[in-house]
Design a protein around this ligand. Structure first.
Ligand SMILES: Cc1ncc(COP(=O)(O)O)c(C=O)c1O
Length: 394
């Protein structure tokens, strides 16, 4: 007979600190409060509106879509073809050894990639410290052993590249190395092209498998600039995975739009990889949600909409870069923020100082000191910089 108290065996769920922060911020009545916790882009008015190009594509979709019947486990194959070109550029777009399937966002791509690796016999994955807190649980679910490598020095505000390379000396052929393609979350500190060059040669020589998380393409320095390291790596190695997300750069968040790309050593192996991706997708979500991918397909396939999306993305990027420059100009101790990319940077604050700023100023940021640059506005950026700088050592 089934255990009637089965669900009492469940572990206590881990509360999500960032979600809790949203609630706290919402409950704060101070009009001067600043939400720099949540990881979504905000415009100058503090809103996260639907892009014009997305709205226009949705209208086209409503008028032209004539069935809701199932797609396959690979999702919208035209979407995959188009986003492959955006992520990898013309040189790799037609590469038949680089195969992709649509996934429910970047999270789905990371999870599917982890399951593929496990199924292929991979045992270990190296994760930078710090990294996005969801990486370890998403990948750990495929029961890969996780090994940490040093990535960022919060006090010096730089990438610990030499230490990272030293730690990777301990990786064996077939071990997986998780990397952020651009706009590193949570630090904003990306590898330079020179570092990508050294790293990709090392990874290729040692037979390591890079697994690149490309969740913010276009929000750092531009679509091609942000993908340059990823492209270099994928060109140099014969096995790689790339988890791509459209949820930030198309502002599609809840539509869960992304893709997993895998590079195989030959076309024959690529075909086997593709077949395996379909089976794994089938047992996870059967097929990915359609709406977001259909929107991206329409935008990228319609020259006017494609141009408008690029203009909107450039506007988002310019706003982030402008705010970074303002923070950097406000105090020499914040100058590093302008060298970093994307929505996030870390402030070298203790958890106690983060709490003080919340109480005294109404600034809502993660306990680690990670803050969302796009959560600031032209009106409050200077006040934010001044109050933060007052907490930093001279
Ligand atoms: C580094 C990183 N990777 C992946 C994702 C997942 O994105 P998606 O919403 O497309 O699943 C995020 C989202 O916050 C992220 O920050």
């Amino acid at each position: 007979m089934a255990d009637k108290k089965l669900f009492e065996n469940l572990p206590e769920p881990q509360p999500d600190a960032l979600l809790a922060l949203i609630g706290l911020c919402r409950a704060d009545p101070r009009p001067t409060k600043i939400d720099v916790g949540v990881g979504v882009y905000r415009d100058a008015a503090g809103a996260t509106p639907i892009l014009r190009s997305v709205k226009a594509a949705e209208k086209i979709l409503i008028e032209t879509q004539d069935t809701k019947t199932y797609l396959g486990s690979d999702g919208d194959t035209r979407f995959v073809e188009l986003i492959k070109q955006v992520a990898f550029g013309d040189a790799l777009a037609g590469d038949p050894t680089l195969v992709g399937v649509q996934t429910p966002g970047g999270c789905g791509a990371l999870r599917l990639g982890a399951e593929l690796l496990k199924s292929a016999g991979a045992t270990r994955i190296f994760l930078g410290q710090p990294t996005w807190p969801n990486h370890a649980p998403l990948l750990g679910v495929a029961r890969l052993e996780t090994v940490d490598y040093p990535y960022y020095d919060t006090a010096k505000r730089t990438v610990r590249f030499d230490e990272m390379m030293k730690a990777l000396e301990g990786a064996r052929a077939g071990d997986v190395v998780l990397l952020h393609g651009c706009c590193h979350n949570p630090t904003g500190a990306d590898l330079s092209l020179d570092q990508w060059d050294r790293l990709s040669r090392f990874v290729a020589d040692r037979g390591l498998i890079p697994f690149i998380d490309l969740a913010y393409q276009g929000l750092g320095n531009g679509l091609d600039e942000d993908a340059a390291g990823t492209r270099m790596m994928v060109e140099r190695v014969d096995q790689a995975l790339v988890a791509q997300s459209c949820d930030k750069n198309f502002g599609l968040y809840r539509e869960r739009t992304g893709a997993l790309f895998v590079k195989a050593p030959s076309e024959a192996v690529a075909k086997a990889v593709y077949g395996n991706l379909l089976s794994l997708a089938r047992t996870n979500w059967s097929m990915p949600p359609d709406h977001g991918a259909a929107i991206v397909r329409i935008i990228l396939d319609t020259p006017d909409l494609r141009a408008d999306w690029k203009a909107e993305l450039t506007e988002m990027l310019a706003r982030i870069r402008g705010l970074r420059a303002r923070l950097a100009a406000a105090d020499p101790r914040l100058a590093y923020i302008d060298e970093q990319n994307g929505m996030f940077s870390m402030l070298p604050l203790s958890p106690e100082q983060v709490l003080e700023l919340r109480k005294e100023e109404g600034f809502y940021m993660a306990g680690s000191g990670r803050f969302n640059v796009a959560g600031l506005s032209d009106e409050n950026v200077d006040r934010f910089a001044k109050a933060v700088a007052a907490k930093l050592p001279a």
